[in-house]
Design a protein around this ligand. Structure first.
Ligand SMILES: [Zn+2]
Length: 249
């Protein structure tokens, strides 16, 4: 059993027995890791506070490849996201993001770019003064791209005409031109396609600087939501997204 040290974001955790805690972590070097913090809820130490969702830690743990549950050793905070944790809107988006990673990432291979996206997005939400939903869409778009589901926003997949305004095809799970539509009803304007391209190719700063009108929000958010649900079936029933819709409605 080797002692490993890695950067990690805690995705979820729950108490176990009288004094322990189990946590699921997304680590930079080992991908998703489940571990048990034995006795961390005992005494007056603060050790159980490390294993809380949304914490960004330098984590030490004992790794045994033959076991599903690894053993927590110790941790240090890399970055304390106090503004995120103190704001109901920010924390709601934060929970939706870690749940997307928890449900959407299968397998145990590390993915450094995805880890960095997760950290950068949580930091951006922590320091944001507005447009948090845009930062969330930025995350959704990059997350899709890194998992191999980059949306095609340029040409119709059927007739290859340039997409200047489009319709989301429920059958294909992507945008087609209105001439090629067989089954679908959600129109996506050329304005929205331009915004989606910025989310796809730009930085988080480009995303935050988008100048949106009220009607844009439902089209952009609606497209990303339908696209994610179509392509990543493990996230169809994300609890935090439902809570988010209620809290932020
Ligand atoms: Zn077409």
């Amino acid at each position: 059993m080797a002692l490993e040290i890695t950067d990690t974001i805690i995705l979820k955790s729950f108490p176990y027995g009288e004094t322990s805690k189990i946590a699921r972590c997304y680590t930079r070097d080992f991908g998703k890791v489940s571990l048990i913090g034995k006795g961390v809820r005992k005494g007056k130490t603060l050790r159980s506070g490390y294993l809380e969702p949304l914490n960004h830690l330098s984590l030490s743990f004992y790794k045994n490849p033959r076991r599903e549950l690894q053993i927590f050793s110790k941790a240090e905070f890399k970055n304390v996201l106090s503004a995120l944790k103190g704001d109901v809107k920010k924390i709601t988006y934060g929970f939706a993001i870690v749940e997307l990673v928890d449900k959407g990432v299968t397998g145990e291979e590390p993915h450094e770019e995805l880890f960095d996206l997760l950290v950068d997005t949580l930091n951006a939400i922590n320091s944001a003064t507005g447009n948090i939903n845009v930062i969330f869409w930025y995350f959704e778009m990059k997350f899709l791209s890194l998992l191999g589901f980059r949306p095609n926003l340029s040409t119709c997949p059927d007739c290859e005409s340039i997409l200047d305004g489009a319709v989301f095809s429920h059958e294909r799970g992507e945008l087609v031109c209105s001439n090629c539509l067989i089954n679908g009803e959600r129109k996506v304007s050329s304005r929205t396609i331009t915004f989606l391209k910025t989310l796809k190719h730009g930085s988080v700063i480009d995303a935050i600087n988008l100048k949106l009108k009220p009607g844009d929000r439902s089209e952009i958010g609606g497209f990303l939501d339908r696209y994610l649900r179509h392509h990543i079936d493990t996230i169809r029933n994300i609890k935090s997204l439902k809570i988010m819709e209620r809290v932020l409605a």
